[in-house]
Design a protein around this ligand. Structure first.
Ligand code: PEP
Ligand code: MG
Length: 595
């Protein structure tokens, strides 16, 4: 039981360290010590003990420390993220003080004369199965709380160093099998140098969050958990998608130079901070930011953006174990519009389902969740939930330039239903004398191919359209954005994707409707010039990509890029398009300083 796994050999070569290739999902270079999600290193075995009293003492001591840790975490996370976001820890606190749970563990030690860790694990497994078998999703989600609490007690019993990811003490490179969106939310971003995961894909929501933080990240790193231990020296190259384990001095030096070079480049980019976004031939464009919380929004605002092009509201529903109330939502939305200081904030209505499912919602298990009950479909079928969000958004519109955007619209019927609900809520608010902006702009995400194809028809009924390329790629290419075995097929360079994107931009222009792109493609250095050539005027991206995008735009001429687009659209394969863009725009990707 108590040891770490033996180090396995690794498929990478080992010149100056162990090189392992993954997929770079957030650029930059991190050099530092690894912090491995400890759960990956523990195998608990049953042992019979002679001294039952001693086991009980060990258990009591571990439970006491775990209780203290949970309390500390509660305070820490509450101070960083707001009290509402830490209800999970309140629940963990209750669980660790629950006489039924702890009593059963003690009972097992006494009656079976087994080691405390085994008693914890076996009782926890029993509870986990009971919760997992429940029909109610809220109760089902309690299984995760039991896993968390029992893991914490076992870690203390086993004296495993490092602790859990929420309590990172030193700046570290965090390594795990995978990161869930709710795990990332809990990690203190100031203590993270980089993210590495054995699984994970470019477009998973947890990775999008990491990229938002501007932290280098590499995913899909085969066998990394077999070879890395907490405290190991590690380099993460988020641009090339490489990690180097236990590098020698020469390699560290090499990467320190690369890091310095990048830092210099980033410094140069700070010149772009408050500049206008203008092409070399003088065409003004707009850059907006994507975000899902006030902190993202504020840091993006410092870069001189035109507003928030995508405010993902689902975080409000993911960070707690119940639905957010109208006033809780209003608090966040109002703060966002006030902080935006008169600039636009586009709130995307609830987009849950698929890889973002809060346990307390009764979202049924589905064969194909990405094609199932998610986003606007869920909102329309749960008008009780949707109305509350729309009320909060409309009320926030009284304080600034809020706009509402619906996710995953596939045709005009859904759009009309959603708009009808907004009209209903407006009437209610009017009757109640509650202020809101009656002319609030309404838009849609174009992320389903059918919507892209009929974007001329959709454009007649909306104020703006925003292309969600993450899902548009997934649905156009029939490639699950979460499936790591298909990552190589998920590509914005596919001619089918590019044609669809151009169709939407053209239709928007023709109908006089604003079009933006808010998927990850908008910040891709190799594709920004192409999008400029297609006539895109609004880009919405992670805060981290904004300055580089502005710098790239300043170096390209729209007239010239139009010709480039023509050439690209005549190419027939992903690799041809990619090669063309790499040859033409490689300096934008690598960001090599001039001197
Ligand atoms: C998209 O699909 O491109 C998008 C921006 O939405 P999300 O990534 O949140 O699904
Ligand atoms: Mg989407």
């Amino acid at each position: 039981m108590r040891g770490k796994r033996a180090r396995a050999s690794c498929s990478g070569h080992s010149w100056g360290g162990i090189f392992i290739k993954g997929i770079g999902v957030s650029s930059g270079i991190a050099i530092g010590r690894a912090f491995v999600d400890w759960k990956e290193h523990v195998e608990i075995e049953k042992e019979y003990v002679d001294d039952v009293e001693m086991e009980l003492d060990r258990l009591n001591a571990a439970v006491e420390v775990a209780g203290q840790e949970i309390q500390d975490l509660y305070k820490d996370v509450a101070s960083r993220l707001g009290r509402d976001e830490v209800e999970m820890f309140a629940c963990h606190g209750m669980m660790i003080a629950d006489p039924e749970f702890i009593g059963q563990i003690k009972g097992r030690i006494i009656t079976e004369s087994v080691n405390a860790e085994w008693a914890v694990r076996s009782v926890a497994d029993k509870f986990i199965h009971v919760f997992e078998d429940m029909d109610d999703d809220y109760l089902k989600s309690k299984a995760d709380d039991v896993k968390d609490v029992s893991a914490r007690i076992c870690r203390l019993l086993l004296h495993i160093e490092g602790g859990d990811m929420t309590a990172l003490q030193e700046k570290s490179i965090v390594v795990a099998r995978n990161f869930t969106a709710s795990e990332i939310v809990q990690i203190d971003r100031d203590r993270v140098l980089g993210f590495v995961s054995q699984e994970g894909t470019l477009a998973s929501h947890s990775i999008i969050m990491a990229r938002n933080w501007g932290v280098p990240a590499v995913v899909d790193v085969s066998n990394i958990l077999d070879v890395v231990e907490t405290g190991d020296m590690m380099i993460v190259d988020g641009m090339d998608g490489v990690i180097i384990l236990n590098p020698d001095e020469e390699i560290i030096e090499l990467y320190r130079n690369k890091q310095a070079c990048l830092a210099k480049f980033n410094e140069k980019l700070t010149d772009m901070k408050m500049k206008n976004t203008v092409t070399k031939d003088g065409i003004p464009l707009k850059i907006y930011a994507n975000g899902d919380n006030i902190r993202d929004l504020r840091s993006a605002m410092e870069k001189g953006i035109s507003g928030i092009g995508l405010f993902r509201t689902e975080r409000l529903y993911m960070d707690r174990d119940r639905l957010p109330t109208e006033s809780e939502q209003l608090g966040v939305y109002k703060k966002a519009v006030l902080d935006a200081g008169g600039k636009t904030v586009i709130f995307r209505t609830l987009d849950i389902g698929c890889d973002k499912v809060p346990g307390y919602l009764n979202v049924p298990d589905e064969e194909n969740p990405a094609l199932g009950y998610r986003a606007i479909r869920l909102s329309l079928s749960r008008a009780d939930i949707f109305r509350i969000q729309i009320r909060a958004l409309l009320r926030a519109s009284a304080f600034g330039k809020a706009k509402i955007m619906f996710p995953m619209i596939s045709g005009v019927e859904e759009l009309r239903l959603a708009k009808g609900l907004i009209d209903d809520v407006k009437n209610d608010l009017k009757k109640e004398g509650i202020p809101f902006n009656p002319n609030i702009e309404i838009g849609v995400m174009i992320e389903v191919p059918s919507a892209a194809i009929i974007s001329d028809l959709i454009a007649r009924e909306v104020d703006f359209m925003s292309i969600g390329t993450n899902d548009l790629i997934q649905y156009t290419l029939a490639v699950d954005r979460m499936n790591r075995n298909l990552s190589h097929l998920f590509s914005p360079f596919h001619p089918g994707v590019l044609r669809l994107v151009k169709t939407v931009i053209d239709n928007g222009r023709e109908k006089g409707v604003k079009v933006s792109i808010c998927g990850e493609m908008a910040g891709d250095p190799l594709l920004i010039p192409v999008l400029v050539g297609m006539g895109l005027e609004r880009f919405s991206m992670n805060a981290d990509s904004i300055l580089r995008a502005r710098w790239i735009i300043a170096q390209v001429e729209r007239s010239e890029m139009r010709d480039v687009v023509e050439q690209i659209l005549s190419l027939s394969s992903v690799s041809e398009v990619r090669r063309f863009c790499e040859e033409r725009f490689s300096s934008f990707r690598q960001c090599i300083p001039e001197n």
